[in-house]
Write a protein that binds this ligand. Structure first.
Ligand code: ZN
Length: 62
């Protein structure tokens, strides 16, 4: 039973997107439309605000 409960708890935690760079959970919910996400890069994925800012400063998207 413990395993099953863990599974469901994990599912619940996963309602937020994970940053593709640092693998940390972002504040962006999975259900949020991509067009409304500030730190989402098309063709790349979801970034956390920190990684997004770092990449912007490096002009990584140009
Ligand atoms: Zn990150």
């Amino acid at each position: 039973m413990g395993k099953i409960i863990n599974f469901f708890n994990k599912q619940k935690q996963d309602e937020y997107e994970v940053c593709i760079v640092c693998k940390k959970k972002t504040t962006v919910k999975r259900e949020k439309p991509i067009t409304q996400r500030y730190t989402y890069i098309e063709g790349v994925g979801q970034l956390c605000s920190r990684c997004y800012k770092e990449l912007l400063e490096q002009n990584a998207f140009e």
